[in-house]
Design a protein around this ligand. Structure first.
Ligand code: SF4
Length: 463
């Protein structure tokens, strides 16, 4: 099964907008997927447009046009836009065809999906509902789309189709379904991936993360696990039309550790506060070791390790020095790249050392170690500046298991913490010490009222 980590943004408005408005907000979710993006809209019909790569200034500044009968280009306007940024896990599926949203002209809906429905569930669905997949039905989103069309063709209403999905499909999905009159937001019973909505003036926004909402939005609402929200596109009213009775909420802890932007807020939890708290715990763990602080400096690995690093240093009462800098023109997240060669080449271009660290005890802090390829090169780079010691702090427990719910870490044998013990990792990377976040701390994040999925650390899968 194809796995994706994606971002969704939708605008439902009383007034017409061009495509630039949607793309401007959708670009704020680009960290969730850089392989391709797509948009759909309703005006005199249902249409879509898909693009490989990332959203550029040109995409935003030059609105989409259609060609009229006199062969002139008309700017496309709509009150109802849906957009999606996509990341896929396999080179063989880097196709525009698999970009989302996926529209159904026949049944008048457009579907955007963030999450993953594992293959085992997929097989059960196709058997149970007795529908045949066409050759293009090779992503979980196409399976869902096919299922929705099959059920709609049997005269079942859209609301009942969505209830059916929540009640019968054990998978991870935050869905936005756009129709001409109504827009639906539907979240699986585990609530693994985020999705929220917010009101502006004569407009409703839907977003995977609050960071992508316009700056003047001061409040947003998270859709609950197993909840279906219905938006009336004309009246801009929002109603919960269904809640699954036996939810088993388990938000993805890795969303907070890595994916979500620091400025995002989910279920009243600020990602920034979460990272500061983890930095404090890491400091408490590190201070239990014997360590002479003399000549020690702390540095977060840009950008994902910086908040953890600053919090760690202040709780350890150590100087924070951002000696490791990232090339400003470099934006790729290396685990999103497809081959080792690509990742190693990317790492060489990604970092530089901007401060003298010779004979210093350097403590580097980062969010996670996945394959370790980037880190290996990074440590070689740091070593070439002759520090006295290198200590490495990781803001997550060791990632020993793959994710079935929409995050593409690697195959299990590529996960370095699955292959090597901590002692072996210290030798392999050439650290003086390696500190991972204690798994028990993740299980007891008592400052939140949330329960988290931790399957990639523990192997305890939700289903
Ligand atoms: Fe998130 Fe890990 Fe659970 Fe996947 S397995 S949903 S990455 S916590």
């Amino acid at each position: 099964m194809i796995q994706t980590e994606c971002g969704i943004f939708a605008i439902i408005s009383k007034t017409n907008n061009d495509s630039g408005q949607l793309l401007k907000n959708l670009r704020k979710l680009q960290h969730r997927g850089r392989e391709s993006f797509g948009i759909s809209w309703f005006n005199d019909g249902l249409y879509d447009s898909k693009f490989m790569g990332v959203i550029t200034d040109e995409h935003i500044d030059i609105p989409l046009t259609s060609t009229n009968e006199s062969n002139k280009s008309d700017v496309i306007y709509s009150k109802n836009w849906l957009g999606h940024v996509r990341y896929s896990t396999s080179a063989s599926i880097q196709k525009l065809n698999f970009s989302q949203p996926i529209i159904s002209k026949k049944y008048g809906f457009s579907l955007a999906h963030n999450g993953n429905i594992p293959s085992s569930v997929w097989s059960k669905i196709t058997l149970k509902y007795k529908y045949n997949l066409s050759s293009q039905d090779t992503t979980d989103t196409y399976v869902l789309h096919g299922l929705m069309e099959t059920l709609l063709s049997r005269g079942i209403s859209m609301i009942d189709v969505l209830k059916h999905i929540i009640e019968n499909i054990e998978g991870v999905y935050s869905l936005v379904i756009s129709t001409v009159n109504k827009t639906y937001i539907c979240r699986d019973r585990f609530g693994v991936r985020p999705i929220c909505y917010a009101f502006g003036e004569d407009v409703i926004y839907i977003s995977s993360e609050s960071c992508a909402l316009p700056n003047d939005i001061t409040a947003h609402y998270d859709v609950g696990p197993g909840e279906i929200i219905e938006i009336n596109n004309d009246l801009l009213t929002v109603n919960t039309i269904y809640k699954y009775a036996n939810v088993n909420a388990n938000f993805c802890i890795f969303e907070l550790i890595y994916f979500m932007r620091d400025e995002s807020i989910v279920d009243s939890l600020y990602v920034k506060d979460f990272k500061n708290y983890i930095g404090k715990i890491l400091a408490e763990q590190f201070l239990q070791k014997e360590f002479d602080k003399d000549g020690a400096i702390v540095c977060g690995v840009p950008q994902s390790g910086i908040l953890y690093g600053t919090s760690f240093s202040s709780h350890c009462k150590l100087d924070y020095v951002q000696f490791l800098e990232r090339n400003n023109n470099y934006h790729l997240r290396t685990f999103i790249l497809k081959t080792n060669k690509q990742r190693l080449e990317a790492c060489k271009q990604k970092y530089c050392i901007s401060t003298d660290i010779e004979n210093k005890k350097v403590i580097l802090v980062d969010d996670s170690i996945v394959r370790g390829n980037t880190l290996k090169h990074l440590i070689s780079l740091v070593k070439s500046y002759k520090p006295k010691e290198i200590h490495f702090i990781v803001a997550s427990p060791p990632i020993k298991h793959t994710c079935s719910y929409g995050v593409d870490f690697a195959d299990i044998e590529e996960l370095i913490a699955n292959q090597l013990s901590i002692k072996e990792m210290v030798e392999y990377f050439g650290f003086d010490s390696l500190t991972y976040l204690d798994i028990d701390k993740i299980k007891q994040l008592d400052f939140t009222n949330k329960q988290f999925c931790n399957a990639c650390f523990t192997g305890n899968y939700l289903f």
